[in-house]
Design a protein around this ligand. Sequence first.
Ligand SMILES: Cc1ncc(COP(=O)(O)O)c(C=O)c1O
Length: 453
Amino acid sequence: MTSISESYDRLHPRSAQLYQQALQLFPSGVTHDIRFLPPFPLYVERASGCRKWDVDGNEIIDYVMGHGALLLGHSHPALVKAVTEQIARGTHYGACHELELAWGGWVQQLIPSAERVRFTSSGTEATLMAIRLARAYTGRDRILKFDFHFHGWHDNVVGARYADSDLRRASGVPAAALGSQVTVPQNDIGLVEHTLAEDPEIAAVIVEPTGASWGTLPLAPGFLAQLREMTQRFGVLLIFDEVVTGFRVSPGGAQKLYNVIPDLTCLAKILAGGLPGGAVAGRRDILSLIEFRADMEWNFSRRVVHPGTFNANPLSAAAGTAVLPLIADGEAQAHADAMAERLVQGMNDVLEKRGIPGCVYGLSSMFHIVLGKESPRPRRGIEWPWQAANGAPPPRTELSVSLALRRGCLNNGLDLMGLGGGLVSAVHQPADIDASIEGFDRTLVQMQEEGIL
Ligand SMILES: Cc1ncc(COP(=O)(O)O)c(C=O)c1O
């Protein structure tokens, strides 16, 4: 019997070779934390639709989908046309341009809270700017966030509690930045109320509106509405981090889906159609702090400054302007959701058939896999009973099992994201999903044979 590791090495010799070069260049040979996959990650040569091909010629059905940026799949024809035409016209004017108006207009039209929009280069920059605006607007310093919610990697958000313990995931972050964050478990509105009442220095509450880490821990129904009411009562701003959920869970994001309108919204990923880009959108009076006013002139101390070489760059604007109209009616999302449901149910059937403890669950077109742990499976649809998650850390597969799952799935033609899960797009078709379920089944059988499960 060939083991998963042996097959992985045998199928991917060129990737192994390139990784040796990479180790001389990049820390751990990778350029993003979640691309780290021992003994080596795959090197991809090209991608199209829901598939990508690695440098060894293996065809893979993709569930990373540009870390969630590619709701319309890789290299959608409309995107290729728009970006190709734009590149010939210039990639950076160092000036205003009409495409940024069209792009911002789509954001304003689709995202309910977007009275005003400011483009950034990434989701991390979007949460950085939202937090700075909240501090400037309220004159307070601290931010309330939730355990396991991810908002990028800048100093204001990485230090928060992320593990079962109070471990602060924050090497290199100044103590002052850590001290400006208060982190509490999600779904406990009483604790939020208590914290806001006790701490008059809190400027804003920031939340992933489908729960921690793109829904790994779902939010209790009604929690967002409670947060809205509570923040208003205490004069605290509410920030939705819709970097993943924006345009995905509905064309207007989670705020449209749940009909809860935050003061500020952070966007990225789908916003820029697969190119780099982010934005803060929100209340006009809050974003007006970026405005130049006659009495301020260039006095930087009195306004929120915001340069940024690649803000609203023409290529990202072209990509975003090509993609957003195509997802505005909700059909792309409905298809992606249906494909995710087919995948999740098929994967849960495999777990059932093979007698493996664990579950696959998710929300909209996002899914998460837990293996080797007793866990309730979604009874209908794909949503996990949120009560099961209440107060607890996200259910996680043991690291060694996750890594074997990822390698095994790659051997069997599907690429999962991070430690197991992924994002489904509007171009995945039933046949792709069924092939993925079969690949998942083959992987689990191999894992059982090897005693990994
Ligand atoms: C919810 C959320 N916020 C912020 C970010 C950071 O975005 P970026 O990677 O574009 O900096 C991410 C990235 O995955 C995210 O998932």
